[in-house]
Design a protein around this ligand. Structure first.
Ligand code: TRP
Ligand code: ZN
Length: 898
């Protein structure tokens, strides 16, 4: 069947469907080789099209139609570009019945109906439903679903679909059936079914409305002991959404099902969330603190979609951020609220921003740059991006900042009053938030604010301050610009909320008063930068203040503030805003990394100065700071972050130099602070019984960083005690965070004991797929040294446990390599040759996965030679394949486009 996907789909060309499908009665005879699907639909011509007799064009892909009936009579049909075209249809509502077959076992794309671990699972977002049956596969067509599942009882004892189970029983030939009814109209991308041999943990809860709900987490029988945290997270999410937004569960039954073959994190199908096992299964023995955090965040994310995505959904896929940006914002807030203390909240914010800057900023600077609400796409699956998700969440966060916390809650309420049960646009959302807050800072500038949805690229904000001692005034000038991005050469100014504080030289917060402003002089203010350039003057200041700009990262911009070393040190020591304290430290580290990379060209050895080391030492010793916060402060900016900053300065990126310099700095910090690392280890190594809370996980994170430094320093000094201790900890640890931390310390330092420790770890966890994924990743992300990491990756690709068919496993090795700059970007091009091979190999099996891996060379143009030319060649080699999927073709052709 032809796919017709290489054409560009354009947002401007949206038009309503010619027909509505109001209800669907689906029946499945499940068989791995050939599944029979019967779909009975109530179809209604769209009255807006009355008069013309439009053909009904139903989407379909890799399925075989056997019969079509209208009101009980067989009719003729034709297939055109994969669509089923029906003509001469009644002008009144009618019943349409379609019979078709599909082959779940052959469906290696994991999109549509597929098999995994001997069960049946579905994934329909964004356009997988058309791989199950012919339908109007677009989110603005919403129908109620009744689903009948028939399957062999012994192999598939559990039969699930959306909504409530209304009937079940036995059939002949060892088969059984179940009937599910979902009363909520939904777009077909939210349809799901599961037929498998699973067990479940369940719990009943009563919501605020007094209604009783059944919560279930379904997993394979050996995994029941890893479901407690997911269930607790689900209950917490339920309570949180009621408390924070007044949103209750609208279902009698809410199910989570774990599947080990899955392209993404999880999917919010109505009442039947399907999850990658990675984001459900967690117990202390097999999951790290990071995993526990991810489970909580993803369980929350999918649960929150029930309102932001399902009750109110997207009119078309260009509006994806309507549900994703908003839901990421909600899950970030959930995690922060769960973390509790202000310091733990800041730690979460820092982690989110670090992620945003590393991935989304790079995306915005590269060939795949697109607005939060894209204008066109070839393959929609390529637009489940960091821009749509994480930058989209920042856009929502800025709105919340501009209208205030209570105002945002009011806006959400109005949004649901207006749009519950509808498929709407990003404009509708922004309008609701604004209309609920007519006196806010958002309402008068809503149109300009919405440029955040339309303009791609990361805005730059320049800040410069001037102190006028005679008049005791300080004038801060902020100006903005945004570089050109593909398809957008000129940008209009953004509306940028800039949270600001002023400190004196001793680090005390200063009251901030405007000329002629109200007497109130808070120590933090929200400035709104909306022109190309604006000045803000503060009065009654006795000396030149140190500005603390963009507190809490109040907007997703690159701040160019030219702060002095002294200013940064003041902020690092004293800022009351934890985010900016951390940021000042990163800035100090970054400047040194950048300078050392430049100096490397003159053959200068990278050397950290005493001022920096002393500052780091003071922080490490500061017991008033949470361990988690100290761990973040003591971690240097990543190699890819340094690379992007070099690009901004017009320098071609040599990943090998960046790596060498950063490694040298790490080694120097390990050596200079040896005694402090040892003291920190002594104090934090024993964490007692496992609990994933913020305080305990922070202690483990700092202990692991200390151990990594001590083992690293041992590699220099020849000491054998610390590697021995790390090895011992690998053996004796009582939780995965400690065990993996110790193993990682050995592997990262290329210690001799790394090999026996890896072997032992593998033997111990050979039956735990998610742990073996970690084992692969750990080796692929080790600091490159003389090509041994890359050689190891190539060898691991031949390991009996490796397979590109399982996305988690493929990512654990291949995505991990692409994220290890020095191992990947080799002067001899071997990394790229390997990458091209794998992209092509995987594309034949799973195009979504291949397209993700293909993004690994997005930033090839920023590289210095010889990498640049070699990367281009590798991209061209992939692009030259004639039978490439539309997904991978879109990525590589954009990367190669001038
Ligand atoms: N809507 C899902 C989420 O963010 C994302 C998702 C899950 C997805 N599976 C997918 C997107 C497959 C595209 C393809 O919660
Ligand atoms: Zn989502």
């Amino acid at each position: 069947m032809r796919e017709g996907t290489e054409t560009l789909v354009r947002r401007e060309l949206y038009s309503a469907p010619a027909y509505w499908i109001r209800s669907v009665d689906l029946s499945f005879d499940l068989d791995p080789i050939k599944t029979l699907v019967i779909s009975r639909m109530q179809v209604e011509p769209n009255s807006a099209f009355a008069g013309h007799h439009e053909a009904l064009r139903l989407d379909g892909e890799d399925i075989t139609v056997t019969r079509v009936q209208v009101n009980g009579q067989s009719i003729s049909f034709r297939l055109e570009n994969g669509q089923l075209v029906l003509e001469n249809l009644p002008s009144e509502p009618f019943q349409l019945e379609i019979r078709n077959t599909c082959s779940p076992e052959k469906n290696t794309r994991l999109n549509g109906l597929y098999t995994s671990g001997g069960g049946f699972f579905t994934q329909c977002e964004a356009q997988g439903f058309r791989r199950i049956t012919f339908f109007l596969d677009r989110p603005d067509v919403m129908a109620t679903f009744k689903v009948t599942l028939r399957a062999n009882k012994q192999s598939y004892p559990v039969l699930l679909s959306n909504g409530n189970k209304v009937e079940s029983g036995d059939l002949d030939h060892g088969r059984h059936y179940a009937v599910w009814v979902d009363p909520h109209p939904k777009p077909c991308y939210l349809f799901a079914l599961v037929a498998a041999n699973l067990v479940c943990r369940e719990q009943r809860v009563v919501s605020r409305t007094g209604k009783d709900h059944l919560l279930q987490v379904y997993v394979r029988s050996g995994d029941l002991d890893k479901t407690e945290h997911a269930m607790q997270s689900l209950v917490a999410a339920l309570i949180w959404d009621e408390a924070r937004f007044g949103l209750s569960l609208d279902l009698e039954r809410f199910m989570i099902v774990a599947v080990s073959d899955f392209n993404m994190g999880a999917m919010e199908n109505k009442g039947l969330n399907i999850f990658n096992t990675k984001f459900v299964l967690a117990n202390p023995a097999t999951a790290t603190d990071v995993d526990f955090g991810n489970v909580e965040a993803v369980v929350g994310h999918e649960y929150f979609h029930n309102w932001t995505g399902n009750r109110v959904t997207c009119r078309d896929w260009f509006q994806l951020s309507l549900k994703e940006g908003l839901t990421v914002y909600r899950d970030q807030e959930f995690t922060q609220d769960m973390a509790g203390s202000p310091s733990a909240r800041a730690v979460k914010r820092i982690e989110d921003v670090r992620q945003l800057r590393q991935i989304q900023f790079a995306e915005d600077a590269g060939p795949m740059a697109h607005p939060v609400r894209p204008d066109s796409y070839q393959a929609i699956d390529n637009f489940y991006t960091s821009t749509v998700y994480e930058k989209g969440a920042e856009v929502v966060r800025m709105m919340a900042t501009l209208v205030g916390r209570a105002g945002f809650a009011r806006g959400m309420t109005l949004y649901f009053e207006r749009f519950d049960g509808q498929a709407v646009t990003c404009d509708d959302f922004a309008q609701a938030i604004s209309d609920a807050n007519p006196d806010s800072a958002l309402a008068p500038r809503l149109e300009a604010f919405k440029r955040w949805y339309a303009q791609s690229g990361t805005p730059r904000v320049q800040a410069s301050g001037e102190y006028d001692a005679d008049n005791r005034r300080y004038t801060l000038t902020l100006s903005q610009s945004c570089p050109a991005t593909p398809g957008q050469s000129e940008k209009q100014p953004f509306v940028i909320p800039v949270a600001l504080g002023l400190l004196d030289r001793e680090g005390r917060a200063l009251p901030m008063q405007f000329v002629g402003g109200p007497l109130a002089s808070p120590t933090e203010r929200l400035l709104v930068l909306e022109e190309a350039s604006q000045s803000f003057t503060f009065i009654n200041l006795d000396s030149a203040p140190v500005p603390s700009l963009l507190r809490g990262f109040s907007a997703p911009v690159i701040l160019q503030a030219q702060a002095s070393q002294d200013d940064l040190l003041t902020l690092l020591r004293h800022d009351s805003d934890a985010f900016n304290r951390w940021e000042a430290g990163q800035q100090l580290g970054l400047e040194r990394l950048l300078a050392a990379v430049q100096a490397d060209q003159n053959g200068e050895e990278p050397t950290l100065d005493a001022a920096f080391i002393d500052a780091m030492q003071a922080l490490l010793r500061d017991e008033s700071l949470d361990a988690a916060f100290r761990e973040l402060l003591l971690t240097l900016p990543s190699e890819s972050y340094v690379a992007e900053r070099l690009v901004e300065r017009g320098v071609a990126v040599d990943p090998q130099t960046i790596h060498r310099v950063r490694d040298a700095f790490r080694a120097q910090l390990a050596q200079a602070l040896h005694a402090d690392w040892a003291a920190v280890w002594d104090k934090h190594a024993q964490t007692g019984g496992y609990s994933p809370d913020a305080i305990s996980s922070g202690r483990r994170a700092l202990a692991n960083l200390a151990l990594a430094n001590l083992v690293l320093d041992a590699a220099r000094s020849g000491d054998t005690v610390w590697p021995g201790r790390a090895y011992q900890r690998c053996k004796d640890a009582t939780n995965m965070t400690d065990r993996l931390g110790a193993l990682s310390a050995l592997v990262q330092a290329h210690a001799e004991l790394a090999e026996p420790a890896l072997a032992r770890f593998h033997a111990q966890f050979r039956d735990e797929a998610l742990v073996i994924d970690k084992w692969f990743t750990l080796q692929a992300t080790a600091p490159e040294s003389n090509g041994r990491v890359f050689a190891r990756v190539k060898a691991l690709a031949q390991h009996p446990d490796f397979s590109v068919k399982n996305p988690n496993r493929a990512r654990s090795l291949l995505m991990a390599l692409a994220q290890n700059p020095a191992a990947f970007h080799r002067a001899d091009a071997a990394g790229y040759v390997f990458w091209a091979e794998k992209v092509i190999e995987i594309d034949a099996i799973n195009r979504q996965l291949a397209a993700r891996l293909a993004r690994g060379l997005d930033r090839w143009r920023t590289l210095a030679e010889p990498q640049r030319g070699a990367a281009q060649e590798a991209l061209q080699r992939v692009a030259a394949k004639p039978d490439l999927s539309a997904d991978v073709r879109e990525i590589v052709s954009r990367a190669l486009a001038a």
